[in-house]
Design a protein around this ligand. Structure first.
Ligand SMILES: [Zn+2]
Length: 324
């Protein structure tokens, strides 16, 4: 599941390289040794490669800077080692009750459209739960992207300005990503643009979940708020990905964390909270399909296909299936 790619595997296929576009002006990019240059005469932006990975950021509109990408990598490696150590010692309080099934369904639907689907993963730095169904299928070409470098990422880019031509992909995955972007609606518009007609999108986004990733955490969505983000898509399925049990466990943990400022004490409290609260997540297997869970979930998923007639807000509110 946590398969690590070698640098060679990260290399872009010639087809994907041909789909690359300037994140600033969307014109074609030309490879010049270790850089990509925009062919637009008024733009002519030059983008570097770090460890063989193109860094295609529109710095004027992105939170992220090209020269910060390499230093971010070192910091995250240290944080990940500590987190991994903690995770080995205590049981997880999180569970995703839908992802495995949903990625299985997405794989079947992708293959109904084409025998060799090309899927863009936005925010691929951390492997999402259940993603194995796509990962283990050699007929699916995954183009994994994120705003920082990791062993999985083959292009560094920002979801607000995806550096790809229109209609490049048969599917897009954005798992636990849209809460971390400053303008989720703009990111979904970019996802819509790079998808082929009737191609698939799969997103999971939190609702009742405390701040994670520190300063890079901006939005939460109700079930219908999440559906409205994807108003230009036809819904194939949507619902609870992480349920009320997980929401309660997170609330308990963050309640305890509110008492401490010191990092060491916070880590200790986190471990205590996880040991005390982890059984709550098992209720989610029972609760996930109940109407009340649609009002109280930790997070929702949406699986849809690209369409052109947008869902109106009056039609949106008719879709409410909670317990109110
Ligand atoms: Zn350009």
């Amino acid at each position: 599941m946590s398969k690590t790619k070698s640098p060679t595997e990260r290399l872009l296929s010639p087809v994907v390289e041909g789909l690359l576009r300037c994140p600033i002006c969307k014109r074609r990019l030309e490879r010049r040794s270790e850089t990509f240059q925009c062919t637009g005469s008024n733009c002519a932006a030059v983008f570097p490669m770090i460890r063989g990975v193109p860094v295609l950021l529109n710095e004027e509109r992105s939170l992220f800077r090209i020269n910060e990408v390499a230093s971010e990598l070192r910091g995250s490696a240290e944080r990940n080692a500590l987190t991994a150590c903690l995770r080995r010692l205590v049981p997880a309080i999180s569970v995703n009750v839908a992802a495995r099934r949903n990625f299985g369904l997405m794989s079947i639907l992708l293959h109904r459209r084409t025998p060799t689907p090309r899927v863009l993963v936005v925010g691929a730095g951390t492997l999402g739960e259940g993603f194995g169904a796509l990962l283990s299928d050699p007929t699916i070409e995954l183009v994994e992207t994120d705003v920082s470098l990791s062993s999985r990422v083959c292009i560094i880019c920002d979801g607000h300005d995806l550096p790809f031509d229109d209609q490049s992909f048969d599917g897009v995955v954005a798992q636990a990503v849209l809460e971390h972007v400053v303008d989720p609606q703009r990111c979904v518009e970019e996802i819509h643009r790079v998808l082929k007609p009737e191609a698939l999108v799969y997103a999971e986004t939190p609702f009742m979940q405390q701040v994670h990733l520190g300063r890079f955490d901006f939005s939460r969505f109700t079930h219908l708020g999440h559906r409205r983000l994807f108003a230009r898509f036809r819904e194939l399925d949507s619902g609870v990905a992480c349920g009320p049990g997980m929401a309660l466990a997170w609330s308990y943990m963050y309640f305890l964390l509110s008492f401490a400022r010191s990092r060491t004490i916070r880590r200790l409290l986190k471990a205590v909270a996880m040991v005390m609260a982890f059984p709550l997540k098992y209720f989610d297997y029972y609760l996930a399909d109940k109407p009340g869970a649609l009002d109280a979930a930790s997070g929702y998923y949406f699986l849809g296909e690209k369409g052109d007639s947008p869902l109106t807000d009056r039609d949106l509110v008719r879709l409410y299936e909670g317990a109110f």
